[in-house]
Design a protein around this ligand. Sequence first.
Ligand SMILES: *[C@@H]1O[C@H](CO)[C@@H](O)[C@H](O)[C@H]1NC(C)=O
Ligand SMILES: *[C@@H]1O[C@H](CO)[C@@H](O)[C@H](O)[C@H]1NC(C)=O
Length: 226
Amino acid sequence: MKRIHSILVAFILLAFACSLASAFDPSPLQDFCVAINDNKDGVFVNGKFCKDPKLAVADDFFFSGLNKPGNTSNLVGSNVTTVNVDQIPGLNTLGISLVRIDFAPYGGLNPPHTHPRGTEILLVVEGTLYVGFVTSNPDNRLFTKVLHPGDVFVFPIGLIHFQFNIGETKAVAFAGLSSQNPGVITIANAVFGSNPPINPDVLAKAFQLDKTVISIFSPDSGQINE
Ligand SMILES: *[C@@H]1O[C@H](CO)[C@@H](O)[C@H](O)[C@H]1NC(C)=O
Ligand SMILES: *[C@@H]1O[C@H](CO)[C@@H](O)[C@H](O)[C@H]1NC(C)=O
């Protein structure tokens, strides 16, 4: 009995310690915690120090410029403009952020990527997007949809997803994410463009490709450059 009791106490202490050590975004301890870089008199929460709430101003919660399209003249034909805690310090601890995504006419792609810390809810305001996400192992089910202006789609936290412009015109979407700093892992860049490069033998085996193909994908890995 005594033993069970001490196990229980240890378990409760552990749970308490974990909740202190790894606060998930939506756990504000006060109305807000405007992020500052200066740690003088600051309280450290979620990687940022809080401004004294009495000194907070409206601009701490403000961003302007999401009406401007991002430049899509790049290899993938898309551009993500982020509005997270780095742009709006007042988002600190509030568990939410926003992006604008621009797509070049037919073929603009926001390539397969994941947000390790946030679920995404996407609204198309212009153009036609083919979007999808893939569930985790072992099923790896693909869920896809063609979206038109006014359509909304959800990409669950952590899952690989993409958006592809299949329309003749440019496309524009806005998305909310359930983190002040959802993070992005672009699969191709992370796997084939890591720094330093992953050993080509690893990638050749993992993707069942010839090693020379890996070298073309990731020019920095050495052998072939053009
Ligand atoms: C996205 O657009 C902005 C604004 O035009 C530009 O400064 C930035 O370089 C673009 N990013 C990419 C990856 O093309
Ligand atoms: C977009 O980026 C391309 C390539 O960097 C550049 O040549 C072009 O001038 C940019 N367009 C605008 C509107 O800034």
